[in-house]
Design a protein around this ligand. Structure first.
Ligand code: CTP
Length: 448
């Protein structure tokens, strides 16, 4: 029996795919089709795939051409598969000619003629209305959004706004292609969605006005510093049927996501302790980060990162939370927080004026996860056990400034009418805002 294998994403299954699979099948007696897993596509920078892996596998299966369907998870898997399944012929479309010649060492390689004039990329572009995004706040954070958004399909940054006229005009002069509005209301009229990258204390007003105007909102972290305000805005977004997402880039990064899924699947047993730390020493003490009037300080600035694994893994029903802070000129240059759950305890350390070892350790009854600094933009982690032979290292890709992953999720939520992303639920974002509020109110707070 002659075995043939071929691979692809098979997004928005089309005639080109069907022709290719029929030709591949005709090369032998048994056809194995490898469909790329979502994580694998994301890792290799394919951020725009429309159908998820289950839908894509189902579409290939429904054709009744493949004798076997497998998932492609990692680079190098093709060599493993060829040997594992005793494959005689590896085949792909002629757009890949030459690319897989290295497989000749393991089996025959055949490049089949590609069907002209159709591709998933084309279909994605044709079928999708482009989301017009406006950027509010053109400071240090907002500026990164422009290059990162260019890696995600289905959106276009059309408009810009900043309440500082000098900043707005300066940016507009450098980038004349964007529409410039003089008022926020005028700006809202021209967009479908808004990315808010203004100072923390202005998030509430901007987000509320945008939602009321029926616009989707991606708001920089920390979203708001008050639990009721967060609840109100998420409820309003639900009512208006718009996506509201807090832009926490760690929540959407491939490595962190996979870590969460693995721990939730029990790979280190029951989680009993989480320690997360993050520090960023800034030399310029005149920055917004040190200004109490603009909600400066370590907790507001950095707190949403370590709170993320804690709330995701242990939930929002903690029993107590105590803060220990070193204050300087009205802001916390260091804060340690201790959260107690009925069956777990967690701590986080944050420093704008104190340097900490910035790693993440999640301890469980069977083993622990170790994510080295800077864990919040990780591309690597380890699961470690008593028996060191069981230890495993995991490597991923972290591209650019990392914003592209959250932008992709935001756009995907808009297209799929998903108002809540499991990667960072509104309940988790609300709990974070309530924690920020507790800090503001100095409840269970001790100065050190
Ligand atoms: N293919 C083909 N003819 C086309 C499109 C794809 O023969 N018009 C083949 C590819 O060469 C590959 C397989 O179908 O062997 C799966 O390709 P995939 O990358 O999933 O499809 P594309 O339409 O090329 O996707 P994209 O536009 O996202 O690259």
């Amino acid at each position: 029996m002659k075995k043939v294998i071929t691979y692809g994403t098979y997004d928005l299954l089309h005639e080109g795919h069907i022709n290719l699979l029929l030709k591949a099948k005709a090369l032998g007696d048994y056809l194995i089709v490898g469909v790329t897993n979502d994580n694998f596509d994301r890792e290799r920078g394919k951020l725009n795939v429309r159908n998820n892996v289950l839908e894509r596998v189902e579409a290939v299966r429904a054709l009744n051409i493949a004798d076997q369907i497998i998932l492609e998870d990692y680079v190098g898997q093709k060599i493993d598969d060829i040997q594992k399944y005793g494959v005689d012929i590896f085949t792909v479309g002629s757009d890949w000619t030459g690319h897989f010649d290295y497989l000749n060492e393991y089996c025959e390689v055949v490049y089949l003629p590609r069907t002209e004039g159709i591709s998933s990329t084309m279909l994605r572009e044709e079928s999708q209305e482009i989301v017009r995004i406006g950027v509010v706040g053109l400071g240090r954070i907002g500026k990164r959004f422009f290059s990162e958004a260019s890696f995600v399909s289905g959106l276009e940054i059309t408009s810009i706004y900043d309440n500082d006229k000098n900043v707005l005009d300066g940016f507009a002069q450098e980038h004349p292609s964007y529409d410039v509005s003089q008022t926020f209301d005028e700006f809202l009229e021209k967009v479908d969605a808004v990315y808010i990258a203004t100072p923390h204390l202005s998030h509430y007003e901007y987000a509320k006005n945008a939602i009321l105007a029926g616009k989707h909102v991606l708001c920089e972290t920390p979203f708001v510093l008050n639990g009721q305000q967060a609840e109100e805005l998420y409820a309003l977004a639900k009512e208006k049927k718009v996506v509201l997402m807090e832009a926490n880039k760690t929540a959407h990064c491939p490595a962190f996501n996979h870590l969460m899924v693995m721990i939730k699947s029990g790979l280190i047993g029951e989680v009993v302790d989480i320690e997360a730390s993050l520090s960023k020493l800034l030399a310029d003490k005149n920055l917004r980060e040190f200004d109490p009037e603009q909600a400066g300080g370590s907790m507001y600035e950095l707190g949403s990162y370590p709170l993320l694994p804690i709330l995701k893994l242990l939930g929002t029903e903690y029993k107590s939370l105590t803060f220990y802070s070193r204050m300087d000129k009205g802001v916390d240059i260091y804060t340690k927080g201790v959260l107690c759950y009925p069956n777990a305890v967690c701590s986080f350390k944050l420093g704008l004026g104190v340097k900490t070892e910035g790693n993440l350790v999640i301890s469980g009854t069977k083993g622990y996860a170790y994510v080295p600094a800077p864990w919040w933009k990780t591309d690597y982690f380890e699961l470690r056990y008593e028996d060191q032979n069981e230890n495993k290292k995991f490597f991923y890709k972290w591209d650019g400034a990392g914003l592209r992953y959250e932008i992709q999720e935001f756009v995907s939520c808009i297209y799929n009418h998903r108002l809540n992303s499991v990667r960072f639920r509104s309940s988790e974002s609300i709990a974070m805002a309530a924690i920020m509020q507790q800090f503001t109110e100095r409840k269970n707070f001790m100065e050190i």
